[in-house]
Design a protein. Structure first.
Length: 311
């Protein structure tokens, strides 16, 4: 079984023997080739096959710049037995409501570029993160209702069309504290998007952080699931958690290694067996200080689970 990982795995300064995340960005700028060579060598050492590119400096533009061309990047991947499976599209993450029309042209241009890259690299899924919710009881209140969701879903449909022209599937990511992670919110966005153009990339850990049941959610929408981020979490975060610029960092205290949290991966794997997956399991560690041994344990967990569930 081929197993992948999201490159947010390497977003921990300790792995780089640095102090801050800004130092990681500076390191990548100073010597991109050495930066990316260490990432690819670490993935190979861990036994990983698939890669999900993410936000800078772990994005596709940084990787191509580091090695000089897409062809050179593909060569570096190939000699290590690595493949690009997916890219994370983060441009909507902090987009204010009502701004969709004003930046749609830019968004669609960026989707086209990301899909072209994935097609050239043999990838298949463009995972899109949606805007964050407001903190509970913020004023004026912002409700995730039909009026809010309809324009955003229209944009997602057009993004999915732009990706599909390159044989790439757009998939909504269930990032906690965004507008599409709580089970009811995912239901709403699945209802309002066209299933031919918009699919789903669930993340059990983030669904748990929102107080949801990953198995129940994936069971309802398994015909739309084209990829899954394999990640576990210990419990839900309080409903009044402040949603600010540090929200993604504060998630990490609730994450844990596979099997140590609340996610029932046996039942999840059973549902994934009926899903139209376009890539293998994507491990997501979220800024791991020692990614190689943790990735190895994750790979062993998934393979053991698969072997035990095989008749």
């Amino acid at each position: 079984m081929k197993i992948g990982t999201d490159l947010v795995t390497f977003y921990n300064p300790a792995f780089w023997r640095l102090t801050t995340q800004a130092d990681i960005t500076n390191l990548a700028r100073a010597d991109g080739r050495a930066f990316w060579t260490r990432i690819l060598d670490s993935l190979h050492e861990a036994g990983i096959t698939g890669i999900e590119m993410t936000f800078p400096p772990f994005d596709q533009m940084g990787a191509v710049a580091a090695f000089g061309s897409e062809a050179s990047l593909k060569h570096e991947l190939g000699i290590r037995g690595l493949e690009v499976w997916s890219c994370f599209f983060a441009a909507l993450d902090r987009m204010p409501a009502g701004h969709y029309a004003s930046i749609e042209s830019q968004i669609l241009t960026e989707v086209d570029a990301a899909a072209r890259f994935l097609c050239a690299m043999g990838g298949s899924v463009l995972v899109v993160g949606l805007p964050c919710r407001q903190t509970f009881l913020s004023t004026p209140p912002a409700f995730i209702d039909l009026a809010f969701a309809a324009p955003l879903c229209g944009l997602l449909n057009r993004m999915g069309f732009a990706a599909a022209r390159h044989s790439i599937t757009l998939a909504i990511h269930t990032e906690s504290h965004t507008v599409a992670c709580a089970p009811r919110d995912v239901d709403l966005f699945m209802l309002l998007t066209d299933p031919r153009y918009v699919s789903l990339c669930p993340d059990p850990a983030h669904i748990i952080l929102e107080g949801g049941d990953p198995v129940a959610l994936i069971t309802r929408h398994r015909e739309r699931v084209v990829a899954m981020h394999w990640k576990d979490a210990t419990r839900a975060m309080p409903v009044d958690t402040p949603i600010d610029t540090d929200i993604h960092t504060r998630h990490r205290a609730f994450f844990c290694e596979l099997g140590d949290g609340r996610a029932n991966f046996g039942q999840l794997a059973a549902q994934l067996g009926h899903a139209p997956l376009r890539c293998g399991p994507i491990l997501e560690l979220d800024a791991c200080a020692q990614p190689v041994p943790v990735l190895r344990r994750g790979i062993a967990f998934i393979r053991d689970l698969t072997e035990r569930s095989t008749p």
